[in-house]
Unconditional design. Structure first.
Ligand SMILES: Nc1nc2c(ncn2[C@@H]2O[C@H](COP(=O)(O)OP(=O)(O)OP(=O)(O)O)[C@@H](O)[C@H]2O)c(=O)[nH]1
Ligand SMILES: [Mg+2]
Length: 465
């Protein structure tokens, strides 16, 4: 994703500052060079890069490091602050009744984003609805309808109507009961006069409380003009950057945001409705720099736990795992909690110490393999009886054959699953001897010593080692 290698290259440079209490101009030059290289490679505008590096240089040399901080921490803090400043604030988005219009070029991800945002609002306890006004793209109605179904949110569209303004007007009436109405609009491959006319008309009809511009992270310097044009015609309150999961660099989008004095509202990082997150400048930059982002991770974990619990008919206490035998049922629950959290590599990226450094050392597809395997395991477990799940030791060769057949997986996958389970059960056993106090201490350690989740990155001391 954006500035992907900034973290690792910068870490190397900063590490050379370790142990020094004062920094000289040469050290700062070195750090600034790394930052420039990463930003330019990521397509961030040259003048922006220069302005940023000048202020980092100036501050690093002139500001006195607060007592007790090392040269490394001092520079890291300045880099962090300047980068946070570069990406700007998060677009204000009160959790209240509102209408939001999405604009953007063809294929930028508007329709996907509409459904994702609706899903996001529904998780915040509001009732969202998506209104599809795109009469230009064939299949736009079905696409939006399907995505909204997956997001389990209300949807309005009219495949037989070809006047988008009329659809918008009728859509507002039809979705009167919704709290948040998200209006999806048509895209064109370039900003032509008729697209501008159309979106201006829709905006006049809908009178959105906010208009968000959807930008593909792959867009380069062209983003700047595009953002300006949309700003001039309908007014842009915030930007959504999509496809950050790809190889895209995102720097063009960042430049557009900066140049138009706009802010970022959401980040999109995948094709499913859950692949959205609210933009948080601190967390975003800490993640880039490999500092991890505890706050987001905590949110995801909490959400996943809620969802897993909602799916369970009986109450399940994770601590039960530490008491009796670790069964396949426990493993199944654990895996379902994991898959609710989103792609494994994204979750890993948010864990301090794991994101950045460690991830760099894994082959690119290491996580995908694990995820595919997890999916296969889930299918296999679905083909097992309760008795087998509770008592995996009882599973013999003939049962393996039956389960493999029933799940459409090979027998070796079933065996692998049983092996994996055995390994996990052994690990769990090691925890079993721990008293409550030990467990608590371990959790606190994992949360950065802050105790209690939700504390953001405050406790972990992002500038420490
Ligand atoms: N990998 C990835 N793909 C995305 C993301 N957002 C959207 N896409 C994909 O990008 C393609 C275009 O997305 P749409 O939502 O249809 O884009 P749009 O702006 O509505 O396109 P038009 O209506 O034709 O203007 C689809 O194949 C989406 O699945 C994302 O965050 N990550
Ligand atoms: Mg669309």
């Amino acid at each position: 994703m954006v500035l992907d290698d900034l973290g690792s290259s910068l870490r190397g440079t900063l590490d050379s500052l370790r142990g020094k209490s004062r920094i000289d101009e040469e050290d700062v030059e070195e750090v600034v060079k790394e930052i420039q290289r990463s930003l330019l490679q990521a397509d961030v505008d040259v003048s922006l890069v220069m302005a940023l590096s000048d202020s980092i240089k100036e501050r690093a040399l002139e500001e006195e490091p607060p007592g007790g901080t090392t040269a490394r921490d001092h520079v890291l803090r300045i880099v962090y602050e300047e980068l946070v400043d570069l990406v700007g604030e998060s677009t204000e988005l009160p959790l209240e009744e509102q209408t939001i219009m999405l604009a953007g070029l063809q294929g930028s991800g508007k329709t996907t984003t509409a459904a994702k945002m609706a899903w996001w609002f529904s998780k915040k306890g509001l009732r969202p609805a998506v209104i599809q006004t795109d009469t230009f793209r064939p299949g736009a109605y079905e696409q939006a309808e399907q995505m909204c179904e997956r997001a389990e949110v209300d949807f309005y569209g009219d495949p037989d109507e070809d006047d988008p303004v009329k659809i918008a007007r009728e859509g507002l009436e039809a979705t009167e009961d919704a709290d948040v109405r998200i209006v999806d609009t048509a895209g064109r491959h370039a900003l032509e006069a008729d697209l501008i006319d159309e979106i201006e008309e829709i905006e006049a009809t809908v009178q959105p409380d906010r208009s968000l511009l959807v930008l593909d992270a792959a867009i380069g310097q062209g983003a700047k003009d595009q953002a300006q044009q949309f700003e001039d015609s309908v007014g842009i309150d915030g930007v959504v950057i999509t496809k950050l999961d790809g190889t895209a660099k995102g720097g063009g989008a960042l430049t557009a945001v900066n140049e138009t004095d706009s802010t970022i509202a959401f980040l999109g990082s995948g094709e499913t409705v859950q692949d959205i997150e609210r933009f948080e400048p601190d967390g975003f930059i800490s993640r880039l720099l490999g500092m991890g982002d505890l706050k987001q991770l905590t949110e995801r974990v909490e959400r996943a736990m809620e969802e897993t619990q909602a799916e369970e008919e009986e109450d399940w206490d994770p601590e039960d795992m530490l008491k009796g035998e670790f069964t396949l049922k426990d493993m199944q629950r654990q895996m379902s909690a994991m898959s609710n959290m989103g792609p494994l590599d994204q979750v890993m990226d948010m864990i301090p110490g794991v994101g950045g450094g460690l991830m760099d050392q894994l082959p690119d597809d290491a996580m995908d393999v694990t995820q595919d395997r997890m999916r296969n395991f889930e299918v296999v477990m679905d083909s097992m009886t309760d008795e087998e799940l509770e008592n995996p030791r009882s599973i013999g060769a003939s049962q393996i054959r039956r389960i493999a057949k029933g799940s459409g997986q090979g027998e070796e996958t079933v065996r692998e699953l049983l092996e994996q389970h055995k390994m996990m059960a052994r690990t769990m056993k090691q925890f079993q001897g721990m008293g409550d106090g030990d467990m608590q201490r371990m959790m606190q350690k994992m949360q950065g010593g802050g105790g209690g989740g939700g504390g953001g990155m405050g406790g972990m001391g992002p500038f420490g080692d």
